[in-house]
Design a protein around this ligand. Structure first.
Ligand SMILES: [Mg+2]
Length: 360
């Protein structure tokens, strides 16, 4: 079996109301979709996190189109079962030229995003070719369902405490037992007050995670962590900027208790698999960022696989609600591990039409 075609689409959907984290305003969601077609007529679908691609506007999109065009010869014509070999070829372009294709060292982030979608499409393809779900190819599911938390409580213009209470009620109604709250966008005292309102609204049995999106410096992180302590915080995510993570974390007297990986921007399920081996070695629970419909396979098959991220609010991620014919459901705060071949996802062509442009 050989790969005959690589088609890519870029999807971008506006949010009805922009939402904010401490360090960014989200007014659209976007995804890169890769379709790989084989000479046997099988189609593998891969998805990658879009924002790194769309940041550059139309110029940035053109650059992504060119990257995909450049890497196509390393994918088309190949046997899709050589997933690691294809990954190694593509990744080598981050620092060197490969079989006459010039290096893409200056466009690493866009390249790794493209690799993510291609790699995920290869896993989907091999699942379909062997009639096995992707988690079976990753070593087999170690659990039949995977916990999922909901990310919400973004900052919104004109927000009142009652809005937070309403949002909390919606998540409880969906059956969630773990919620993630955005922090670091307000002074620590005001953030702690917000967290207090949410704690009261969800009760004592729901776990609360905080995500600072790298918005604090060390003194603010220390102050905020102390102020939020009475509300029993499960994890504190990305307290400070990435560039001094290890040293600053030590001074915050914090540790890496959980590792979050996003295979849709870090290089695909092949990278997840490598991270899962390290996480097992160091006994660090592995959580997924975004795209639970893909990560459910990875978390289920990882020895320290722990939890998925999800959105329950259509206004936060319209693509998640519209992209697939059948969306895996989250029931009682868990997603069932699918047993359909590949990723078990079928794109809705009308959504591709509505939000997408074809890149190549
Ligand atoms: Mg985060």
């Amino acid at each position: 079996m050989k790969i005959k075609a690589l088609d890519t689409y870029f999807l971008s959907a506006p949010l009805p109301q922009p939402v904010r984290t401490s360090t960014s305003t989200i007014s659209r969601v976007s995804e890169l979709i890769v379709k790989l077609t084989t000479d046997a007529g099988l189609v593998g679908i891969g998805e990658a996190h879009g924002p790194f691609l769309s940041q550059g506007g139309p110029e940035g999109m053109r650059a992504v189109g060119q990257i995909l065009e450049r890497v196509t010869p390393l994918v088309v014509g190949q046997d899709p079962s050589g997933i690691e070999r294809i990954w190694q070829d593509l990744f080598a372009l981050t620092y060197t030229s490969v079989r006459g294709i010039p290096t893409l060292a200056h466009q690493r982030r866009q390249l790794v995003t493209a690799i993510s979608a291609i790699d995920i499409a290869l896993w989907d393809l091999m699942g379909k070719a062997t009639q096995r779900p992707v988690h079976a190819l990753l070593g087999g599911a170690l659990r039949s369902r995977v916990p999922a938390y909901v990310t919400g409580f973004y900052y919104r213009d004109g927000e009142r405490p009652d809005d937070l209470r309403r949002e909390a009620a919606m998540y409880l109604e969906h059956g969630y037992r773990t919620v993630k709250v955005k922090v670091a966008g307000l002074p620590p005292e005001a953030d702690a007050e917000r967290v207090g309102v949410i704690r009261k609204a969800v009760g004592d049995d729901v776990a609360i995670m905080l995500d600072a999106n790298q918005g604090w410096d060390l003194p603010s992180a220390v102050r905020a962590a102390r102020l939020c302590e009475p509300y029993n915080i499960f994890w504190l995510e990305d307290p400070m900027p990435w560039y001094d993570e290890r040293h600053a974390l030590r001074r915050l007297k914090a540790d890496v208790d959980y590792l979050i990986i996003d295979s849709t921007w870090a290089g695909g399920l092949t990278v997840w698999r490598k991270a899962a081996v390290m996480a097992e070695l160091y006994q660090v629970p592995l959580a997924a960022h975004h795209d639970p419909q893909i990560h459910v396979h990875a978390v289920a098959a990882s020895p320290t696989g722990f939890i998925l991220e999800s959105f329950a609010d259509h206004t936060r991620d319209p693509l998640w609600f519209e992209l697939f014919r059948e969306r895996p459901k989250i029931v009682d705060g868990h997603m069932a591990v699918p047993d359909t071949p590949g990723l078990g996802l079928e794109l809705r062509p009308e959504t591709l039409e509505k939000y997408g442009v074809k890149l190549g």
